[in-house]
Design a protein around this ligand. Sequence first.
Ligand SMILES: C[S@@+](CC[C@H](N)C(=O)[O-])C[C@H]1O[C@@H](n2cnc3c(N)ncnc32)[C@H](O)[C@@H]1O
Ligand code: SF4
Length: 447
Amino acid sequence: MLFYAIISIVISKIKLGVLKDFNMLIETATKWARRYMLGAGQEFVFKHIDDIELPRMDKIDLYIHIPFCKNVCPYCPYNKIKYDKKLVKPYVDAMLNEIEQYHRRLGEIEIDSIYIGGGTPTNLIDELAVILKKIRESFILTGDIAIETNPDDINGEVINKLKRCGVTLLSLGVQSFNDKCLVFLGRSYKANILSQVATLALSSNFESVNIDLMFALPGQSISDVINDLRQSFSLGADQVTLYPLFTFPYSAAGKYLKLKRIKMPNIFTRRKMYKAIHQFCLNSGFQRVSVWGFKKDNVPRYSSVTRDCYIGLGAGAGSFVSSAFYFNTFSIREYIKTLSSGKLPVALKMGVGKKLSRYYWLYWRLYDTYIPKKYFKELFGEEDKKIYRLLWLSKILGLCREETNQFSLTERGAFWLHLMQNYFVLNYINKVWSVAMKEAWPDRIKI
Ligand SMILES: C[S@@+](CC[C@H](N)C(=O)[O-])C[C@H]1O[C@@H](n2cnc3c(N)ncnc32)[C@H](O)[C@@H]1O
Ligand code: SF4
C-alpha cells in the first residue's frame, strides 16, 4: 500500500507538471540511490584506453558482435550499420586477428560459452563458420554456442549451416505475430511467414529455441501480447523473452517516437500487461527465469547477459574482466584499421571497485529473480548494513520473499526491476553507446 501511495504521488506530480521532466527525475533519483549505496568515492566514468588488462585465467565466455543488418529498424539502439558487402571481409579478417591476439595473451584457455549477437549475425552466415573455426583452433571450446537470428534470414540452408557450425541455442527475433505491431516496428517481414520459419527452427534439434517478443508497444493491447505468447507456445517454443520497447530519450527509439509524436502506454497499462504475461506463462507450464524471460523446466537457458566474466569481439563489443568494463571502438572502420595495425581495438574502460562489483553481482542475481543466500552471505557478510535494510524494505513492500536457501523476487518485484532496468540501467548503457557511436575514440564518458 505504502509503495503504491508513493508511486501515485510521484505520478500525480508528473501529471500536474510539478516534475516536468521525468528523465531528469530518474537521473536525480539514480544519483541519490548510487551515493547512498556506494558512497561518494565510486566514479562512474568510462575513460579512453588503448589496451585491456588480462589476468591469468583458466576459462572465459566470449561475445561476438556482428554489426550488419539488411533492414535497419527505426527503434533499434544497437551498434549496427546497413549491410555493406565491401566491409564484410575486412571485418571478418579483423575479428580473426582479434581472436589471434587474445589467444597469444591468454593461451589455449577454455571457452565456457559463446554468444553471437548483433546486428544480425545470420547476415554473415558463411563467415561465422570461419570465425568459429578460428576460435576452436585457438582455445578449448566446451560450452554452448548461442545466436540471435532474424526471421527474414531463416531457411533450411541457413539452419543447416548453423548446425554445422555447432550452434546449440537459437533465438528467433519474431517481436510480434501481429502485422499492426510489425509495421509499427518497421520490420521487414509479414506475420504470415512466422509460423513456417519458427516450425523450421523448432524442428531442427537445437538444444533450445527462444522466441524474442516485444511488449508495451503503442497501440498494443493485452490480448495482442497474450496472443503472441499463445502462438509462440503453440508452435513449440521452449523459452520466450519479452522486452518492453526501450525508449530512452537519446536512443534511436526515443527519437523515432518523438518524431512520430507517438505516446507510450502508461505505467498502469504496463503493469497490467506484465501481470498478464506472468500469469499466462505460468499457466502454460513455463517458469520465470529472468525479469524478461520464461522457459520450460527441462531446457538449457538461453541468455545474452548473465555472465560473470567475458570478452567481447567486434566493433562496440563490451567485455567484463579483471574488475573492469571495457568497450571496443564502435566505429567499424576504426575497428578494422586498428586491428590491421596489430593493436587491440579497445577504446573505453571503467574500473569497478570492490563494493560496486558486489552490487554488480547482486544486480544480475536480481535479474535472474533469485539470490542464493550462501553466495550472498559470502559476498556481503554482515558488514554492509544498507543491503540488509534494503532487503528488509523489499520484503515489507512485497517485492521479494525469503525462502530456505534464497531470496526470490515476487512478480511485483520483477515488474519494478524491469521498469528500473528500462529507465536506470539501460539509460546508462545508452549514454555510453550514444557517445561511442558518434566518436570512435571518446576521451571520457561520465554516466
Ligand atoms: C539485437 S536484436 C537481434 C536480433 C535481430 N537483429 C532481430 O532484430 O531480430 C535482439 C533483440 O533485442 C530486442 N530489441 C531491439 N531493440 C529494442 C528496443 N528498442 N527495445 C526493446 N527491445 C529491443 C528485440 O526483441 C531483438 O530481438
Ligand atoms: S532490431 Fe535487429 S534487425 Fe533491426 S536494426 Fe536492430 S539488430 Fe538490426
